[in-house]
Design a protein around this ligand. Structure first.
Ligand code: HEC
Length: 192
């Protein structure tokens, strides 16, 4: 690495240096092939953008950033929201500024608490429930359909091993108590 930098300083080889340096940056994340399920799960959760919807955004010094004190804890229970507009299928869907609650023609969905908190998170979820939910698109693997924009169809195609790794990682993160509101379907809360 040092040698590459030195030769780049020479200037004449600058064009050759660029791909070399880029190449050195693009080293694949070692967790991609990691045998440790928690590490592998962490990698998949990062790539799957789970935090983009399941961690609320807050305003930081350089703009919106994930509120890591609520990492993967879902839609904040204390958020008071105005009534969303009624939106037909060929219209818009809208989201909160924190990107954790979504209103559209289907109703309102609130990103779930994925932390292992027993009462409000996924504490009681077994690995089997998690895999079934992601494979079938049914809440808890058995009941109502999982609503947009949860990208379960993408997760359904993962191998058992990868889904198990995601589950293992989610069990390893800090439990956060946050009771996400029930989803609304056709104007009514759906009791799971
Ligand atoms: C684009 C936003 C978005 C992304 C990205 C996203 N989710 Fe979700 N997720 C949601 C919403 C919204 C819900 C609530 C859906 C509902 O209530 O039906 C949800 C619900 C869930 C649930 C609960 C399912 C159930 O049975 O009730 C799990 C588990 C979950 N997500 C895991 C993940 C994982 C793991 C990832 C990353 C691989 C992920 N989500 C990425 C928005 C998202």
């Amino acid at each position: 690495m040092k040698r590459i930098e030195l030769s780049c300083l020479g200037g004449a080889l600058a064009l050759l240096c660029i791909p070399l340096l880029l190449g050195s940056k693009a080293t694949p994340n070692p967790a991609a092939n990691h045998r440790n399920p928690v590490e592998r799960g962490k990698y998949l959760v990062a790539y799957g953008g789970c935090s983009d919807c399941h961690t609320p955004l807050k305003l930081g010094p350089t703009g919106p950033e994930p509120d890591l004190s609520r990492y993967l804890a879902g839609h904040p229970e204390e958020a008071v929201l105005p009534q969303p507009p009624t939106l037909p299928m060929d219209s818009w869907s809208v989201a909160t500024a924190g990107l954790t609650a979504w209103s559209g023609p289907w109703g309102i969905s609130y990103a779930a608490n994925l932390t292992p908190d027993v009462n409000t998170g996924m504490g009681i979820w077994t690995e089997e429930i998690f895999i079934n939910a992601m494979r079938t698109g049914r809440h808890f693997g058995v009941s109502r359909p999982i609503l947009p924009p949860m990208p379960w169809r993408g997760l359904a195609g993962l191998t058992d091993e990868d889904l198990r790794a995601i589950y293992a990682y989610l069990r390893s993160i800090k439990p956060i108590e946050n009771r996400v509101p029930e989803a609304m379907l056709a104007g009514q809360p759906v009791h799971d």
